[in-house]
Design a protein around this ligand. Sequence first.
Ligand SMILES: Cc1cc2nc3c(=O)[nH]c(=O)nc-3n(C[C@H](O)[C@H](O)[C@H](O)COP(=O)(O)O)c2cc1C
Length: 202
Amino acid sequence: MLSAVQEPAAVAAVTVVPLNVVSLPGSVRTGAFSSRLLDEIRQVWKPSAVLTDTCDLDALPFFNQDVEGEDDAPPRVRELRRGVADADALLIVTPEYNRSLPARVKNALDWCSRPHGACALTGKPVAVVTCSPAPSGGIVAYHHARQVLHAAGALPVGSKEFAVPNVFTCFDERGEFVENTVRDWLTELLTELSAAVTSGAR
Ligand SMILES: Cc1cc2nc3c(=O)[nH]c(=O)nc-3n(C[C@H](O)[C@H](O)[C@H](O)COP(=O)(O)O)c2cc1C
């Protein structure tokens, strides 16, 4: 039986550790829409997730299987692989180039997928967001990215297609992000990414 007056239950101190998410940006163009979208994601996901760029993808050499081994790989590749392996999750925010994902992203994923048996992407939850000034939102690149991630053994998350159409409409004339529907999607995506991390991959 419950007593009339209950002692307050002791509240355990809970420390919420933010997700460590490595971002792989698809564009370095000055003023790139995808970079601006990435900035918005950084804001929306704060403080639940901290986004870091583990290395400059443009500084990576093109993939070469002769030097794919852990001891032979170029230093920047080893740095990328270490960052990816240590991350809770990855985030790819990218435009579509010629109906696919930009080579810089594919190159980074190829390096991370090797050597066989030591893939830094295995079981890694990955969120993909594409955008385009066109109405398609870069949907083909979105699916290509997920296909590549599946092939490498990663875990692409997202119950809907996170492809942002007409991306220029997301920003006002001062460059402020004004598209609340997209902001809501981004929150949803973080929820799905967090769920994938906490369900075992972390
Ligand atoms: C090489 C190249 C190929 C492109 N191919 C596509 C494409 O297949 N689909 C698309 O929607 N936009 C395509 N675009 C247009 C880009 O979506 C547009 O330039 C966009 O602003 C680039 O993204 P960013 O602003 O993040 O740099 C292409 C642009 C370039 C430079």
